[in-house]
Design a binder for this molecule. Structure first.
Ligand code: ADP
Length: 190
């Protein structure tokens, strides 16, 4: 079983590259951002609560996203593996994920960290905002907050997985195909 964590700041290209990796390695895509946005679209209580945090560019509370991931793992018991996209984002989430996966005897295979320069991140997010209409991608101060939250709370996870010899940095600058090639090479060697 292949359990990949696709990691990187907002705008690093996680969603785009996840589409490629799920196809190539026959994995199930679990994006907490997508799961939260569908809860908002359905108007559920969880969605309404999460929206307050997302609109500011802050993280949704750990127990909310951990609960969502737990139920997705439970309902996909026969999967070949998973791509975690946008999760974990805090050390508490990483510990919870390790616990859930280790309990099933299917630990994290590797964490692939897409490295992209900050100026490029902001440009990609603003461009995405124009196309997708996502409000958190249309306001520079919300984007800046998300990047800051990433540096404060999320980037320490690189050390967390490095300590388990599972962290791989991938150059996330260049064409979609070039980056996909780099990821594919790393995953094939796991
Ligand atoms: P991006 O990586 O471009 O910021 P996402 O779709 O992954 O986009 O996340 C959008 C928002 O959803 C985040 O800013 C955050 O508020 C919330 N979110 C997504 N995943 C998590 C998570 N694992 N923990 C806490 N909040 C999350």
């Amino acid at each position: 079983m292949l359990n990949l964590i696709l990691f990187g700041p907002p705008g690093a290209g996680k969603g785009t590259q996840a589409d490629f990796l799920i196809e190539k390695f026959k994995l199930i895509h679990l994006s907490t951002g997508d799961l939260l946005r569908s809860q908002i679209a359905e108007g559920t209580k969880l969605g309404l609560e999460a929206k307050k945090f997302m609109d500011r560019g802050d993280l949704v509370p750990d127990e909310v996203v951990i609960g969502m991931i737990e139920s997705k793992l439970a309902s996909n018991k026969d999967a070949n593996g998973f791509i975690f996209d946008g999760f974990p984002r805090t050390v508490a989430q990483a510990k919870a994920l390790d616990e859930l996966l280790n309990k099933n005897g299917t630990p994290v295979s590797g964490m692939l960290s897409l490295e992209v320069e900050k100026e490029e991140l902001v440009n990609r997010l603003l461009n995405r905002g124009k196309i997708s209409g996502r409000s958190d991608d249309q306001d520079v101060s919300i984007i800046e907050n998300r990047i800051q939250v990433y540096h404060e709370k999320t980037s320490p996870l690189k050390d967390y997985y490095a300590a388990q010899n599972k962290q791989f940095s991938i150059n996330g600058m260049g064409s979609i195909e070039e980056i996909a090639g780099r990821l594919s090479e790393t995953v094939s060697a796991l």
